[in-house]
Write a protein that binds this ligand. Structure first.
Ligand code: NAP
Ligand code: G4F
Length: 323
């Protein structure tokens, strides 16, 4: 019998890559689809998986819909990827961020507990919880210090996941994933904003690129590699939490350089610093240690930052040329 998986956040970057991975592994894939007035299915089309899955209406803030989705999908595994995931927006919509990204996790855990507590659960935790870093290299034992309403909401989601594991003997795991990107990354995130702008500038469709703090450092990996780690966590013999990262950190400035150089341009000729994109509180630096995932899950990143940025620039060059 094929295993059944339910993915919340299926229309997002990770949802699309995870759908592809699980479909290729022979799973029946169900996705929670929030009602929107515009098309949110483009990523599932891009990865050619839209016609291979079943989408079920519901919302993370509406527990009745989550119970209905659980009854319909009858999943063996539930991957909770849904969130208001853009850090910048979380200062301007802190309550919505809390309702979706924090309490939404409890809504889903309750729906699972009340319908089928044997289902395995993955929670999309984040390196943003480390925030004002307490150690130069962050791992599963590093203390948290979130710096945004998003980071605070995710920390709640992280701890409620641990609490359900310890209280109700449920198979609940958290992946503490560091930044991961791809050609279907949302345009508001810095890597995609840069690769899209580089492609537009190359095609003569844009003149400059306005950015905020380009001295911030991130540990960037490829979303396609990271969704495999999510799946591996739920195949492990016991529920645990894992850091997923590359172990390399790079400034936004150097990431820009990689993107522009690939198109034979110098980023310094086009990047304009704009205070509008600075945040009320910044996460200056993130660097993860994925040793536990390597040891227990045999997981390693396969794509380095240069390969990733080139892949994203290539995709944006094709997109821009078709406009
Ligand atoms: P994303 O592209 O922003 O996708 C977010 C998903 O959540 C979308 O499918 C969105 O649906 C859905 N969603 C938002 N509000 C919802 C609601 N009220 N009810 C139901 N669905 C809702 O995020 P991502 O980059 O794929 O990240 C996936 C998860 O991993 C998120 O939880 C994120 O916080 C976390 N994470 C991401 C990273 C990273 O670097 N990418 C790192 C660590 C953790 P619509 O399409 O309809 O808006
Ligand atoms: O690409 P970003 O918006 O990602 P951020 O804030 O690190 O959050 C992402 O990764 C988290 C994991 O650590 C996830 F949990 C979260 O959901 C999301 O996927 O910004 C990266 C850095 C920041 O320091 C920001 O200040 O880039 C800096 N930056 C500089 N100029 C900019 C810009 N970020 C954006 N989005 N836009 C700019 O113009």
């Amino acid at each position: 019998m094929a295993k059944r998986a339910l993915i919340t956040g299926i229309t997002g970057q990770d949802g699309a890559y995870l759908t592809k991975l699980l479909y290729e592994k022979g799973y029946e894939v169900y996705g929670l689809l929030a009602r929107r007035s515009t098309d949110t299915l483009w990523r599932l089309r891009f990865l050619d998986v839209l016609d291979k899955i079943e989408l079920i209406d519901g919302d993370m803030t509406d527990v009745s819909s989550l119970v209905r989705v659980m009854h319909k999908a009858k999943p063996d595994e539930v991957y909770n990827l849904a969130a208001q995931s853009f850090v910048y927006t979380s200062w301007y919509q802190p309550i919505l961020t809390g309702q979706v990204t924090a309490l939404g996790v409890t809504n889903l855990l309750e729906a699972i507990r009340q319908t089928n507590k044997e289902a395995r659960f993955y929670q999309a935790s984040t390196s943003e919880m480390f925030g004002l870093i307490q150690e130069t290299v962050q791992d599963e034992n590093t203390s948290f210090y979130p710096r945004s309403p998003y980071g605070v909401a995710k920390l709640y989601g992280h701890w409620i996941t641990i609490n359900y594991r310890e209280s109700f003997d449920m198979f609940c795991c958290s992946g503490l994933l560091f930044n991961h990107e791809s050609p279907v990354r949302g345009i508001e995130f810095v890597t995609r904003k840069v690769t899209d702008a580089a492609a537009r500038i190359k095609h003569g469709k844009q003149k400059e690129l306005r950015l905020g703090n380009i001295d911030a450092k991130r540990d960037w990996g490829f979303a396609g590699d990271y969704v495999e780690a999510m799946w591996l966590m739920l195949q492990h013999d016991k529920p645990e939490d894992f850091v997923i990262a590359t172990g390399t950190t790079t400034t936004v400035r150097d990431m820009c350089r990689i993107a522009f150089e690939y198109l034979d341009m110098n980023y310094e000729d086009y990047v304009v610093i704009d205070k509008k994109f600075y945040r009320p509180a910044e996460v200056d630096e993130l660097l993860g240690n994925p040793a536990k995932a390597k040891k227990l899950l045999n997981w390693e990143p396969k794509t380095d930052l240069q390969q990733l940025i080139h892949m994203m620039v290539d995709a944006d060059m094709v997109r821009v040329s078709k406009e």
